[in-house]
Design a binder for this molecule. Structure first.
Ligand code: SP5
Ligand code: ZN
Length: 335
């Protein structure tokens, strides 16, 4: 299967993130992409499909902010990576404020997603990689792999967070829908895909299923609870299957069966898989117990749904094992 990746996706390299009350080394490092490439081989460069497919998902003010945020941070006399520190409380009225700190709060949902000088360029090319891989699938490849980095599933229409800026899976799903496909997104990252859920929350034309650590114990806390099913036209088109910390493959498998049955019942003809290898037993920030060989079985079970597959990279922070974990998953998908 083809891998889509652009070298500018390595430019995004924040130094540290706020976690549990202190700054710690940033977990979503460029070496993640290098480790995956070393295991899967040479990538295809995506062509530049421009801003239109990105703007079909994300808010215009948010996209404008992302492109100037680090420059404005420096212009305000700051050093290093841009970090927010104040957030509008849920449902606070919309205000249009100039100060960089106000805009960082307005357009983000956490403090673990610093903006570095190369962040926009990397996020832009990550989204292009997702669109490139979608192009391969629409062109007849049974499956394609978008090595998206930075990841995307925590980013909403107008907010960044969880190491994510542009929602690569949602951008591909929207483009596939525009091309006439009936799309289901299956999110198997350790963390709930809150951004993807929010983007398709009230839409009935894209199904979203997520298997993740219970948000009562794990980030992102405020989304991913089992009673979140979508609203309005989207009522019933969101499925959340939270699992407890310590979940291994034998406990994961029945949840995956449930998600796949729901996707079949929806009548999807193209699947976008938000794949995070942070369910791995050795992941430094997560608490599931999936082993390398289990990723092969997981992907086989997903591939058995029998529709074109677009695999989009999300998390996975055990860098030494990341190449093997991704390679096992892609092998299970049919190589
Ligand atoms: C895409 C994805 O997997 N995002 C996960 C974001 C999780 N952020 C909250 C947990 C942060 C833990 N950071 C520890 C860093 C140690 N160097
Ligand atoms: Zn994750």
């Amino acid at each position: 299967m083809k891998t889509f990746f652009h070298p500018d996706q390595l430019l995004h390299a924040p130094v540290q993130e706020l976690h549990n009350g202190g700054f710690v080394p940033f977990a979503e490092v460029p070496a993640r992409a290098a480790a995956i490439l070393a295991a899967v081989g040479d990538p295809v460069l995506p062509r530049d499909a421009g801003m239109a497919p990105i703007a079909a998902v994300h808010d215009g003010d948010y996209l404008a902010f992302l492109q100037v945020a680090h420059r404005d941070w420096l212009a305000a006399g700051r050093h290093g990576d841009a970090h927010g520190y104040a957030w509008p409380v849920v449902r606070r009225r919309a205000l249009s404020l100039d100060r960089i700190d106000a805009r960082l709060g307005r357009f983000s949902m956490d403090a673990s997603t610093p903006i570095a000088p190369g962040s926009w360029t990397s996020a832009y090319w990550g989204a292009q990689s997702a669109l490139g891989a979608l192009g391969a699938v629409l062109g007849g490849d049974p499956a394609a792999f978008a090595l998206c980095r930075p990841p995307g599933h925590h980013a909403g229409r107008d907010y960044l967070g969880g190491y994510c800026f542009l929602n690569n899976a949602a951008i591909a799903a929207e483009a596939a829908t525009a091309a006439g496909r009936r799309v289901a997104i299956l999110d198997v990252d350790y963390h709930h895909g809150n951004g993807t859920q929010d983007i398709f929350w009230d839409r009935g034309d894209v199904f979203f299923a997520s298997i993740h650590a219970d948000p009562r114990t794990d980030y992102p806390f405020f989304w991913g609870h089992a009673d979140e099913v979508g609203e309005r036209a989207g009522a019933g088109a969101t499925l959340n299957l939270p699992l407890p910390q310590g979940t291994d493959w034998t406990q994961y498998r029945p949840a995956l069966d449930r998600a796949l049955s729901a996707i079949r019942a929806f009548g999807a003809d193209l699947m976008v898989v938000s794949f995070g290898a942070d369910t791995f037993a050795g992941d430094p920030i997560s608490q599931f117990r999936i082993e390398t060989a289990d990723y092969r079985a997981m992907a086989r079970q997903i591939a058995a749904a029998g529709m074109p597959m677009l695999v989009v990279m999300e998390g996975g922070y055990a860098v030494d094992a990341l190449g093997a974990n991704v390679a096992a998953f892609l092998e299970g998908m049919g190589g």
